[in-house]
Design a protein around this ligand. Sequence first.
Ligand code: GRF
Length: 187
Amino acid sequence: MVKKNACVFISGKGTNLKNLILRSRDNSFPINIKLVITNKKNANGIIIAKKNLIPFVVVNTQIKNFDTHILQILKKNKISIICLAGYMKIISKNLIKKFGKKIINIHPSLLPKFKGLNTFSRVLKNNEKKTGCTVHYVDEKIDNGHIISQKFFYVNSNDDEKTLKQKTQILEHQAFPEAIIKIFRKN
Ligand code: GRF
């Protein structure tokens, strides 16, 4: 099996990155994590990339044309898929169009519910019976593209934001690799 080169975009802790790196060590997993891109020079995910000898690039999203810079890096590394794993920047229309390949994102809610930030507090405020995570293709609108997979759990009366996050992340670590397997199985 010829693995596709993937680039994981992160801004924070990088637990999904770590999980994808571990999964990609399996010969039958369709992607190889070739590169990590971050907009945060202090992101914990960089430590994970370093530990696993995965090259990383810190991009300065304040500079004009940073998209073009990102595109060049992606091209140079022959990247076939971008996995957004807690990347706290909006992917521009231009980048989506010019990259022209798969871009997927993981979001901590059952989309289309609770797009955007602060999902756990909104889940609690809304007295949701269940919540979970979604892996979806990225389009021009935030947390909007075609859904690849979702996983859910039932909210308990004693759940708070912290426990919802913990439970959601356990599901994310299953959903993201499963979605990647699913999209490459189709093609
Ligand atoms: C995840 O909860 C994901 O759904 C959201 O950002 C978080 C990233 O977590 N988009 P981590 O950095 O992978 O731990």
